[in-house]
Design a protein around this ligand. Sequence first.
Ligand code: ADP
Ligand code: MG
Length: 610
Amino acid sequence: MISEFTGKLLVQGEPDGSSFPNGGIRSTFEARGYTAWDVTSPAYLMETPNGLTLCIPTVFVSWTGEALDKKTPLLRSNAAMNAQAQRLLKLLVETDIAPVNSSCGAEQEYFLVDAAFTALRSDLQLAGRTLFGAPPAKGQQFDDHYFGAIPERVQVFMQDVERQLYKLGIPAKTRHNEVAPGQFEIAPFHEAANVATDHQQLIMTVLKSTAKKHGFTCLLHEKPFAGVNGSGKHVNWSIGNATQGNLLDPGDTPHQNLQFLLFCGAVIRGVHTYGPLMRAAIATASNDHRLGANEAPPAIISVYLGSQLEDVFNQIKSGQLSGSAGKALMSLGIDTLPELAKDPGDRNRTSPFAFTGNRFEFRAVGSGQSVAGPLVVLNTMLADSIAWIADQLETQLQSGASLEEAAFAVLKRTMDAHGAVVFGGDGYSSEWHRIAVEERGLENLRTTADALPVLQRPEIEALFSRQGVLTPVELESRFEVYAEQYLLAIEVEAKLALRIARTQIMPAAQAYLERLARSLRDQQELGLAPDRSLATEVAQHTTALQRTCGELAAGLQGDHEGSLTTQMQHSAHALLPLMGAVRHAADALETLVDDDLWPLPTYQELLFMR
Ligand code: ADP
Ligand code: MG
């Protein structure tokens, strides 16, 4: 037995990094990579049935010193944001200013499916989503799951998850059913963004491993089932420190809170200037199925402020700041109930990026992705915008303006230039899609294939370099890795769809056709006049299945030509529609073929057996 653990090992490690996706940073024969202890995120003990493992959060860099991980850029983005926030705060306050940190509380949505059924569905096993499946007679239209009691088996599962998270130091706070049948949510209490990010990864791991113990499969895919809601991960984000508190807290009189207005103004400018980058940060093959599908925020990135704040910022824009609507009280007319304080703004489910009282909620993030990428983008664009605001404030102050005059001048300029990104209406409406693009000049990057190339734009490269978050090489490597992931995800799905259609669905359809043909012959022999309509219908869909499978197979042939961007366009606009056509024929067959012969567990079984 060797029982030696040196401090050196703790501080720096050298894992084999050879198979790690590195986006061209080095050749595969060059394997050296280093880990370095991140002391700002607590080490923890991971418990499995056979023992405990000490886990030490680390960054991961290559021998050449480039970041291979998501933690290094996250820490850098936080430092960049802190540096600029310090600058702005120094102009505003005369007291001490503690380091500014970003905070994150990520709400995690997920599905639970009985593991007995997932074992029979290779699509759920390999792709994490159903590639086939006709809609069940009942979906989510009654909202009876959302507002119903948590099923006991699920409650037991949730309590087990929470107990394990507690042991890992992760403060789970919220649990509830979600909109779709079989869908649930867990939210931890918010923590420093870096810690919250590590904890978020652990939450996903614990959800999956605990589900197995309870005979469930936990699906973190953004759209496991067509026709019912998909899953997101709402990233609640704010910045603050120990001396000034939450810098995004408006207080009761936001119009008098200069500090808040300037930081909020910086967020607005950031979203307007770098909305496409935010879109790129949430771009995955799986999240594309959800965004813009009238159940999740659209792919157009805008900001929702709520009525009170929107009004304050509109006043700023018009040059006249008179006041802000206070907190109203709602009397319910029942004297045993208290009067309820009304929030100064409602919630807007259709907005990708919404202000929710003392933080912003990035609602378009995918349920299966790390929150690091989105947080890096939020911190970096904020650092850039705070710098922009601080620069102008300094100029105004130097020319003799009072702090208040200077701040309002800067805020007015911010709103004049960037107010177009503020939108309080229905983000699902087609009217918004038109206005956003045609009148407000916002980009609608529908697919990952459209969004990822944003990472190659010169202004994005300049942003990350200027803020010291990613070098051009590191940024380019991210583009390559994410593009590759996108291509592979769709290729795997396309191959799988073909395999399932040809080896499971087609044989079932043919067996049923034979059975129908036999029955028609028997009826004829008995001198009856047989009705061929069902057989004809099944035969038509079977032929369509055969044909569309052939087209998909041909589409897969042309898969590896051209640049990554060209290949992504092929996946988005050739492969995905071809897969859709195969599915269309297969799902039509599912509603006709004898249930005994159908090889795949149905949506009803997957969604409603708990
Ligand atoms: P809801 O779904 O109603 O928004 P949840 O309780 O499900 O509420 O999730 C809210 C999340 O926002 C929690 O993780 C919470 O800790 C987090 N949160 C609250 N305040 C802040 C803040 N100032 N900064 C970041 N996250 C916050
Ligand atoms: Mg929630």
